[in-house]
Design a protein around this ligand. Sequence first.
Ligand code: FRU
Length: 495
Amino acid sequence: MASQTLREARKYEEMAEAQIPQEARPAFHLSPRAGWMNDPNGFSWYQGMYHMFYQYHPYSSYWGPMHWGHAVSRDLLHWEYLPAALAPDMPYDKDGCFSGSALELADGRQMLMYTGVLHEPQPDGSFHEIQTQCIALGDGRDYEKLPENPVLTEKALPEGGSRYDFRDPKAWLGEDGRYYCVAGNCTGDKDGQILLYSSADGLHWQYEGILAKNNGRFGRMWECPDFFELDGKHVLLTSPQDMLPRGFEYHNGNGTLCLIGSYEKEGHVFTEEHDQSIDYGIDFYAPQTVLTPDGRRVMIGWMQNWDTCNMRSQPKTWFGQMSLPRELSVREGRLYQKPVRELEELRRNKVEYHGVKVAGEALRLAGIEGRTVDMELEIAPAQGRELYRKFAVRFAQDQERHTAISFRPHESILKIDRKFSGSRRAIIHQRRSLVRHEGGALRLRIVLDRFSAEVFVWDGEQVLTATIDTPLSADGISFYADGEAVLDVVKYDLM
Ligand code: FRU
């Protein structure tokens, strides 16, 4: 039986959803049914559907006591809301049901594993969050929290592990038939580490060891880990808090980290070989992956940035979006990301141009416009001419506004810039990334969905993601070059 708290949330979200017009939301990116959304949770395949849960505060467009929202999809692009799955309604999670994961147990029930948060008052009147791992079991719609909760507490921490930062369990079924889970943690001085647990039945868990340690390299606390095998390598994804920038690879604040390496299953030893950012744009955090029935590893992240999410240009009825689902692969020590192939089914109205000379003035091309767009660009230097100095594509454009992607081959820098997108806040509006090019040749794929842009460089070698707030009437797209460049463009509307 759903608790009073959950029943109230379910009633409220149904009423609030009805007040949000369809056009005020992204067309194929998941947004919250009502109110606020952060991390993807419980991304899984269950009973013939993809399930996506999310960090959810239905009652306002700001973060608050965390619930789990819930949606299902057959193609990862059209989502249908289900009633909220979890509410903070038990003594051990009354201050929030934080991030976690989902899987199908041997008996066919769907298990949600999440972090229960409890505020522990301190003698000085402040409080500490105690974080433990908890389980709820259900049928894909309604869930019962285990009477034995929490299933992992401070007793399952390594020496020095903080009980205040112990969260975001990501569980999976191992090839050996045992269940495993990774969780984020840090030491007393806030240095991140990823802990590994195992279980015979998915309900009783034991500590295995520390899978990875930050040792002061990438930010502080490590949140939202995911760990999986891909293309003969093992990949650990995590989202470090409080990063310092490192060249163009990592930026200030909360960022994303992908560690690629090898894994010895016997002793649970992960040996790191490569590190990189997962996304090089402004808005991407806390990604989680699912293994699809046809064997693809697909990742979705929260398309936001913690440091800017409360700086709004105008009031909002809903806030927060998920990124595109992205198919992952590993090649030569690098993580590649491509929009899921299902996106191609949404393509309509192909328009293409080849060998277009771009020089000087902003160039408009008939049929190239829109705010739900999939566009492939091949930029090349003009034969026999001096290498162009800058190439830019502007979109979500009208007289006053636009967002731009620009490339300077002499510096090898690709920049996303939304300062003219209509924002009235002094927040981060641009981010630069070092990209590879071949004598000025560059390939980009840009996916627009009303309030976001995701830029895939060289078929997913790098991705830059940013949200925008620009009114939908600004739907122009134009091209510009300082010097002379040659452009091939293939553009589709996404319906
Ligand atoms: C990451 C995060 C998680 C936590 C959740 C709370 O964005 O801080 O570590 O579980 O958000 O909403």
